[in-house]
Design a binder for this molecule. Structure first.
Ligand SMILES: [Zn+2]
Length: 409
C-alpha cells in the first residue's frame, strides 16, 4: 500500500512553525521589534511610503539606542522590499529587529522574510518589545480543515472547521420529528415507514457531504449527534468512499444544529490531536511493511539514506533528529552531496570526488541532516514525512532507525 502524498506538507509546516516558535522567544531591549504583514494586493510603493512615515515618527523616540534600532530596522525592511515589485501570491510577512544576546550592546539585527502558506488578509505594522505572531499562527492552524456533520434522524448540519473558526455550510431536515418532539411511542405500523424515511435521509446527508466536502482538502471528518443515527450513517457508506476513509471519529452531542456543531468541536479536541498521530503511525507502518516485503526498496539510517538520496520516494524523518551534514558542491556539474558528520565532529575533508561527474566537490556549509534531505527530496517532487516522537512509532524511528529512513523508487 503506497503512502499517499501528505495532504498537508508536513515539512513546510514544520519549518514555519519552528521559525514562529523561535521568534516567539525573542524580546527586544526596548519597544523596537518590527512586525510587518503585507496582504497580496497591497502596492509595495504604498508600504514603503508608510514605512518612511514610521521612520520619521521614530526619530522622536527618546532612548538613543531604541531610536537607532528602530530606524535601522525600518531601513533594513525598506532594502528587502526593493527585491519585490509586488507582494507574492500570498502576501509577505517581515519580522525585523535588534535581538540582544547578552548585556547592553550585544544586540544583533535580524530580519526574517516569509511567504505565508495562505493569503494573509491583514495589513499591519507594529513596533513592540516582541514580534506580533498571531496572524501567522492563525494562518498555520487554518491550513488544517476538517469536515463536520452533526445529525440525528430529524436534521443534519454541515460545517467546516478551519483552525479555530467554524463555517456553517448548510442545514437539512428530514421531516421526522426530532427526539425532543417525539410524544411517546409511535405505533408499530408506522415504525417501518419512519425507518425508510430515515434511510432516505441518510442518502441525502451523504449527497450533501459529497457536495460540500469532496473538493476540499480535508484532514478528517467528524460526525456528531445525540443518538445512534450518526453510527448508522457512518457505517452505511452513504458518502463517497474517499470521504468515508476520512472519518476520524464519532462524537456524542446533546444537540443538533449550530449548537451541536459547537458542542462537537469542544468534545472533538482529542480526536483532532489524534488524527495527526494516526497519520504518523500509518507512515511508519507502511515503512515497516515495505521493509519486510521488499527490503531492497528501503534505506535505514542517515548514512544509507544519504547514499540513496536520488532514489528516495518517501523520506521519513524524525523531528528530533540532531544530525548534521557537511554539504559538498561540485564545481563542474553543480550537484550537491551531503556527508554525515559524526557527533561533535564538525570537520570533513576539504574536497571530494563528485559521485555524479567525477569532478571536484568543495566542502561548503554545515546543514541539519533533515533540511538537507528534505530539500533534495522535494526538489524531485517526492514526499517528506516528518514524524514527532509522540507515538511509539515515532520513538522507534528515532531510536532504532537513528531518526531517518526512506522508501525508494
Ligand atoms: Zn559533478
Amino acid at each position: 500500500m503506497p503512502v499517499q502524498a501528505a495532504e498537508y506538507d508536513s515539512y513546510d509546516e514544520y519549518r514555519l512553525r519552528k521559525l514562529v516558535s523561535e521568534l516567539e522567544d525573542k524580546e527586544g531591549r526596548g519597544t523596537e521589534l518590527i512586525s510587518l504583514y503585507i496582504p497580496p494586493k497591497r502596492a509595495i510603493s504604498e508600504v514603503a511610503r508608510d514605512l518612511r512615515e514610521e521612520a520619521s515618527t521614530a526619530s522622536n523616540i527618546k532612548s538613543k539606542s531604541t531610536r537607532k534600532n528602530v530606524t535601522d530596522a525600518i531601513e533594513s525592511i525598506l532594502q528587502k522590499l526593493k527585491l519585490f515589485r509586488e507582494p507574492p501570491e500570498n502576501g509577505l510577512v517581515i519580522f525585523c529587529g535588534a535581538i540582544p544576546h547578552g548585556g547592553p550592546g550585544t544586540e544583533r539585527m535580524e530580519i526574517h522574510v516569509l511567504e505565508p502558506p495562505k493569503p494573509i488578509n491583514v495589513y499591519l505594522y507594529r513596533c513592540d518589545a516582541r514580534f506580533v505572531l498571531e496572524p501567522i499562527k492563525d494562518l498555520l492552524s487554518e491550513k488544517e480543515v476538517y469536515g463536520l456533520i452533526v445529525m440525528d434522524r430529524a436534521e443534519a448540519t454541515f460545517a467546516l472547521l478551519h483552525g479555530r473558526n467554524i463555517e456553517i455550510l448548510h442545514n437539512i431536515t428530514s421531516g421526522i420529528p426530532g427526539k425532543h418532539h417525539a410524544g411517546g411511542q409511535s405505533a408499530r405500523r408506522f415504525q417501518r415507514i419512519i425507518e425508510q424515511v430515515a434511510h432516505e435521509f441518510y442518502v441525502r446527508i451523504g449527497e450533501y457531504a459529497n457536495k460540500y466536502f469532496l473538493d476540499k482538502q480535508l484532514k478528517g471528518i467528524i460526525i456528531g449527534g445525540p443518538g445512534p443515527n450518526k453510527n448508522e450513517f457512518a457505517e452505511g457508506n452513504f458518502m463517497h468512499y474517499s470521504l468515508q476513509e476520512k472519518i476520524i471519529g464519532l462524537v456524542d452531542t446533546g444537540y443538533t444544529s449550530d449548537e451541536g456543531v459547537r458542542e462537537l468541536i469542544n468534545r472533538a479536541e482529542d480526536l483532532l490531536q489524534q488524527s495527526k498521530l494516526v497519520h504518523e503511525k500509518k507512515v511508519f507502518n507502511t515503512l515497516m511493511e515495505t521493509m519486510v516485503k521488499d527490503p531492497s526498496h528501503v534505506a535505514i539510517g542517515p548514512r544509507e539514506v544519504l547514499e540513496k538520496i536520488d532514489k528516495i520516494k518517501t523520506l521519513v524523518v524524525s523531528e528530533e533528529s540532531k544530525d548534521s551534514v557537511a554539504v559538498f558542491t561540485c564545481k563542474a556539474c553543480g550537484k550537491k552531496s551531503g556527508e554525515l558528520l559524526s557527533e561533535g565532529n564538525t570537520v570533513a575533508a576539504k574536497t571530494k570526488k563528485c559521485p555524479y561527474c567525477g569532478g571536484v566537490m568543495m566542502n561548503g556549509p554545515i546543514e541539519p541532516l533533515v533540511s538537507f534531505l528534505a530539500d533534495a527530496v522535494r526538489e524531485r517532487k517526492r514526499t517528506v514525512e516528518l514524524l514527532s516522537t509522540k507515538t511509539e512509532e515515532g520513538e522507534q524511528l528515532k531510536n532504532s532507525f537513528l531518526g531517518c529512513a526512506a522508501m525508494l523508487d
